[in-house]
Design a protein around this ligand. Sequence first.
Ligand SMILES: O=C(O)CCC(=O)C(=O)O
Ligand SMILES: [Fe+2]
Length: 529
Amino acid sequence: MSESTTTSSRESDGIVQGLRTALENKAGLHKSWTTGVATLPESETTLYYEHQDGTIKSLKLGSVTSAQAEDLGQACSPATFGLNQRDVLDESYRKAGKLDVGKFSWLFNPSGRGDFTTQLASGLFPWASLEKGIRFELYKLNVYGAIKHYPWRGISAYRRTNDIGEGSFFKAHQDTPRSGDMFGSLVCLLPIAHEGGDLLLRHCGHDFTFDGQALLHNAPSTSIAWIAFFSDVEHEVTPVTAGHRVTITFNLYYDPQIATPIYHAPSSAAMLEHPFKSALQRVIENPAAIKAHPILGFGLQHAYPVSSVLRHHSLLDLKGADMILIQILRSFGIKYNFFLLYRDEKHKDESPFRILSQSCYDGDTLDADQAPVEYLLKNGGFIVWDRDPKGVEENPYLQDWYYHYKYGLECGDQYEDLPVEWVVEPSEENLKRSVAAAYGNEPGLGYFYHQICVVALLDPDFDSRGLINQDVDAMERLQKTDLLQCIENLNESLEKIYDIRLRAKVLEAVKVCNEVKWYSENTSIPLFD
Ligand SMILES: O=C(O)CCC(=O)C(=O)O
Ligand SMILES: [Fe+2]
């Protein structure tokens, strides 16, 4: 290697490293959760609930006795959860009581309190200005703890309550995405005495313990402690050892019909500008740096619920740190697009390349003899070379395979590739099954979390025209086939579903598919936009 090459590669490493450091959230620039305490006005302190025999009871938050809390627990049915799309009751994984919406009523309305929404939005999106409002959907009431009587288990179980009394918990899971615009969950801890039952959260190497009891310690008795977090954050409730831990949860959605929350710039950081913005500015002001790094890639920090293909990116509802990354790219007019990244399962350890694709590959839908890599590459995907191949020289079989992708097909055509440099190393999708989260708080509703990456075109003169044209055609073909099949399946299911809430969900899904179909027919979807 000549000296000049060594120097320039060291410089280029420095540039990408500088961008990487500026994006890292070590300094606590982004959190995937935010907490607070809200003191309820008198009108919001009454909680009504219905027993399974139809009796309506109420309690006053701030002065709930343990007998009242126990009565609330008795009104509950056992909480189930989602395991690979099935609704499962398994008390070794989740042990709690639940009341569905319609079985309880509470006048606390987060959307009606501008200060509450502002606090929540400033905590979850400290650097980004939201372009949509937040809709809060009341979801469930959960009772964890000293439930002494389980009517659904019968009187004999009542006598054997030692195993099911205290000690409710919910092991690690992600909250199931209900649609593409759901981004988070809000858990409100009611002021009812208990011990244990911390909510532990983990995301991207950070963790947090939400001890709501401690937050309520010095607050007025009619206060609730709350935590909002992005729904792909892994979380669990530790065992409750005494009393009753009662929470009411809301699902959080972006909603363009609702006014955007007032933006509060981060007060803790004494910086006016996000460090990544300044770092990127320095790079794009340097023509040599742009030429050396025409295309940059970023693995997103959050997982996103997508159905069969990545929708046009203006429709992808981003969370926290990912939203600010995109806002910064947009502020410089840098073109970008979203992709999934796959590695050949068969040659996983040796494979020196990954495949960028906008298709959510579902191993179950392909014939057994159809090679996933070929499928993705022939449907608008392309190769990103990222390491030296291992063992190719010694292994003729691997050599054939490697040369096939490196130097082209028998007919002389070559697979398309892109020189992407990863500022943030992305997670890979699983080619065997792209359905990510196994444990959810609900069975899946057709949306699955995917690890998405962003590819940004730093050099506007970089020759990507051929790729763009070819890709648009392939993408459109793929989208249309997938969509038409999807709409047909949904319409077929509709005929068999009589439950009103389920029908509404399926109708919602049909609406989304039609929306995407409209996009694919009425707009050209460029690779970089
Ligand atoms: O009660 C809590 O703190 C969280 C409950 C939860 O994670 C859920 O219901 O999905
Ligand atoms: Fe949860």
